[in-house]
Design a protein around this ligand. Structure first.
Ligand SMILES: *Cc1c(COP(=O)(O)O)cnc(C)c1O
Length: 809
């Protein structure tokens, strides 16, 4: 948008005074932030309204992305960047005598997602708007997001997150869009008409946040629902204290676990709550198109992000049957054509199931519909596919509802999120389904926002790239490949190294302030940031660090490539192994950081409270990107893409999207190690891996593992034993010991390469140049053209985003 700096400064002062009846300079940074955010939102408000109306007027197909998590990160800078006024805002604030960094620091991060799943949803929101697609989010406005992590005596402590303490400048409460969601009670059919008795009603109130596209291509909506007591019950004094508490609870907390789910009634309530509110609203707005419900799938696409929103399928059926009075066959065909599902995991424990009696009690009408879906599924498919296939794929089995089965059966598309993952789905985890309906299965490799993770997080690198290759790459990331022409240009490589060094200095400053550790910024910054989970194998890096520690103790005079190991990870509060790994990392760090033999050579830092905001500080400073999950376990990963985009070299197994990274840059520009997926399968099939034998016969491994329990590191009696037991007593489920030597060798290779700075920088540039295809823009284009069949609006030609079919894999 076009606005002068003077105009902005004037607007900002007025906005502040309107809001707080005082002067800008005297405000707290939180007030300064809130007024600034509110002002920027007001700049796009009319355009936002116009775009909403245009979508309806032009009858454009709308896509609704249902996700129980979003992880938007801070809005201010990213939105200002997308509005093309980041410079004006930043300079304007300075001229007004304000500290822009303090203002951005005052923004509370909406931690309404756990990690990768939610962050992916938010990257897609950004890409959708930037490309001019009518892509809208549908989720939950948790009053408390993911816990804040504090490290106390080396342990993770969980503190409540209160991101809404001060008002959220970006949201608009739209009570006129409220809808009623029914729970419990009895339902019986009067003919075909359901009659409800004694239901427990809840109102879903909409809070809308604008999703502002790059160069203001369009403004879409992320709609988050909040539960409230129905106003009628309140006014008539019918709502008890218990009712208020029960309603409040629904949107109070985000479940702090992103890979396995406790069978909690509240979780199921949350799922139906936001799904029902979203589907009802879609059907209401669909009426404005004035066409028959039979044509729903021409105007609407519903995306089910992981299984949590799978109740969208029976909920849509409910409305088509009970309210639109369609026949079952008509309703079912429409539902399938409208819905699509993305699978995000192959971990058994993360496959969502619910006890049928619970579903029946909580949402009786929906359960009736699910039973009918199940009954007809068996009846229709048994004659064609035989009993065995049908029994293994039906949604209801042994009194449990299998959400993935429901999602697959009720969708026209099922996708995995990286080449290897999609292959595992169709050949293994979901093989029976893919035998029956192969046409549904497809791959959509994940993508990331290059605007957030490069343009905004690393502006110096953005400048350098534009200096070299012009600005086309900003809207056409695949053309970053042109950078390859500079891989031997010493001046560019040295600028690249300077930028990395500055970013390391910035992170070092943060570490000094927050951890009290002065890290050596000439050392390799080796970064492992992601949720803590056994399959992601933070403990393998821990073993590697202990190995290096012993090496330094044995060879204090050795020529050693200095390294700073940086961790960031939250553990689910009930996940004992993960929490114990955090404790051991911190105690090992304490010993190493205080050992004179390690000084400036080996340092270990655990940065507390890793989340979307810290990611933007850490990623630009990363030199090695650790992606060390056991092959076959990580669906895709996106942290790997973000760090590649910022010039880190990947240390990785051939897992998830590491496989695609490898196919782009080749073995010579990353460090590949560890078992391949097929090898893991073979060991599993034959049950031929015995970690105890390996431990007993390998002195190096034995020494490292023993250090967890022999007092080498104080204060880890219990936690060290947990990891020891996992590795030895329970046979090392994720093959960390099996991959140990291969990992150590790859790490030695990295250390050696780093001594040749020119070579390192060249490889760094090659990684950046090849990261374009991982832009979320391309991922969203592929979803739109192959799954949603949705069109972008005609874009202004001067700044349009060029499409690329440079598909990973
Ligand atoms: C990108 C991101 C993730 C996902 O990281 P993976 O390495 O893919 O597991 C998790 N949390 C945050 C805050 C992120 O930005």
């Amino acid at each position: 948008m076009n606005i002068s700096k003077e105009q902005f400064k004037d607007d900002y002062q007025k906005a502040f005074t309107n809001m707080y009846a005082s002067t800008l300079e005297g405000g707290s940074s939180t007030q300064q932030y809130t007024a600034l955010g509110t002002l920027l939102r007001s700049y796009v408000a009319e355009y936002w309204r116009d775009e909403r109306e245009r979508y309806i007027k032009e009858g454009q197909k709308q896509v609704f992305y249902f996700s129980i998590e979003f992880l938007p990160g801070k809005f201010l800078e990213n939105n200002a960047n997308n509005m093309d006024i980041l410079d004006i805002v930043e300079e304007g604030c300075k001229e007004l005598g304000l500290d822009f960094d303090e203002i951005t620091a005052a923004e509370a991060e909406p931690a309404i997602g756990n990690g990768g799943l939610g962050r992916l949803a938010s990257c897609y929101m950004d890409a959708g708007a930037s490309l001019g697609y009518p892509l809208h989010g549908n989720g939950i406005r948790y009053r408390h997001g993911l816990f804040r992590q504090k490290i106390v005596d080396g342990y993770q402590a969980e503190l409540p997150d209160n991101w809404l303490r001060h008002r959220n400048a970006w949201e608009v409460r739209d009570h006129k869009s409220s809808v009623l969601v029914r729970f419990g009670g009895n339902v019986y059919l009067d003919g075909f008409h359901p009659v409800y008795e004694d239901t427990d009603d809840v109102v879903a109130v909409a809070y809308d946040i604008p999703m502002i596209g790059y160069h203001l291509s369009t403004v879409n909506t992320m709609r988050l629902w909040s539960a409230e007591v129905p106003p009628e019950e309140e006014e008539e004094g019918l709502a008890s204290k218990e009712k208020y508490e029960a309603v409040d609870e629904i949107t109070e907390f985000l479940y702090p676990d992103d890979s396995s789910y406790e069978g909690k009634l509240l979780r199921l309530k949350q799922e139906y709550f936001f799904v029902s509110a979203g589907i009802q609203t879609i059907m209401k707005s669909f009426k404005r198109y004035q066409i028959s419900p039979k044509d729903l799938s021409e105007k609407i696409a519903i995306h089910i992000n992981d299984t949590h929103p799978a109740l969208a399928i029976p909920e849509l059926m409910r409305i088509l049957l009970d309210e639109e009075k369609l026949t079952w066959d008509q309703a079912w065909e429409i539902t399938i054509n409208t819905c699509a599902y993305t699978n995000h995991t192959v971990l058994r424990e993360a496959m969502e199931t619910w006890r049928c009696d619970m579903v029946k009690k909580l949402i009786p009408r929906i359960y009736m519909i699910i039973e009918e879906i199940d009954r007809r599924y068996v009846e229709q498919n048994k004659p064609i596919y035989g009993d065995e296939l049908v029994q293994s794929t039906r949604p209801i089995q042994d009194d449990y509802l299998h959400m993935a089965h429901l999602a697959i059966i009720g969708s026209h598309s099922v996708n995995g999120v990286a080449g290897l993952h999609s292959k595992i789905l169709s050949e293994d985890v979901l093989r029976d389904f893919s035998e029956m309906t192969p046409h549904k299965f497809n791959n959509k490799t994940n993508g990331i926002s290059q605007r957030r993770y490069l343009h905004v997080a690393n502006p110096e690198l953005r400048e350098l790239i534009s200096e070299c290759i012009g600005e086309d790459w900003l809207t056409n990331p695949a053309s970053m490949k042109v950078l390859l022409a500079y891989q031997n240009d010493q001046s560019v490589l040295s600028k690249l190294a300077d930028i990395k060094h500055q970013n390391k200095e910035k992170l070092a400053q943060y570490i000094k302030e927050n951890n009290g550790i002065e890290v050596n910024t000439d050392a390799i910054f080796d970064v492992l940031i992601k949720r803590l989970h056994a399959y992601k194998r933070q403990h393998l890096q821990l073993l590697h660090i202990i190995h290096l520690y012993f090496y330094l103790k044995d060879n204090p005079q050795a020529d050693f490539q200095p390294r700073v190991f940086i961790f960031g990870a939250k553990a689910a509060p009930s996940y004992v192994f993960a929490k114990d790994v955090i404790k051991v990392i911190n105690e090992v760090a304490e010993t190493i950081n205080n050992d004179p033999d390690c000084k400036d050579k080996l340092q270990v830092v655990f940065i507390e409270n890793y989340g979307a905001a810290l990611a933007e500080l850490i990623i630009p400073a990363a030199e090695i990107s650790e992606q060390i999950s056991l092959a076959g376990k990580e669906a895709s990963g996106t942290g790997n893409m973000k760090m590649m985009l910022n010039g880190a070299l990947t240390m990785g197994t051939l897992d998830g999207a590491n496989v695609e990274i490898n196919s782009f840059v080749g073995d010579e520009n990353m460090f590949v190690f560890g078992l391949r997926k097929e090898e893991v399968d073979r060991y599993n099939e034959r049950a031929s891996y015995n970690s105890k034998d390996l431990y007993k016969s390998d002195a190096k491994i034995k020494r490292v593992v023993d250090s967890l329990v022999d007092g080498t590191f104080p204060r880890i009696q219990i936690e060290g034993q947990t990891i020891y037991d996992h590795l030895i007593t329970h046979n090392d489920e994720y093959y960390a010991l099996k991959d140990f030597h291969s990992f150590v060798e790859a790490q030695e290779k990295a250390a050696k390469l780093y001594k040749n700075k020119d070579e390192w920088n060249k490889k760094s540039l090659i990684n950046i140049a090849n990261s374009g295809p991982f832009s979320a823009d391309y991922a969203v284009q592929r979803y739109a053209s192959e799954i949603w069949i949705a069109q972008p609006k005609a874009m202004r030609t001067d700044k349009s985003i060029v499409t690329s079919h440079d598909e990973p894999m």
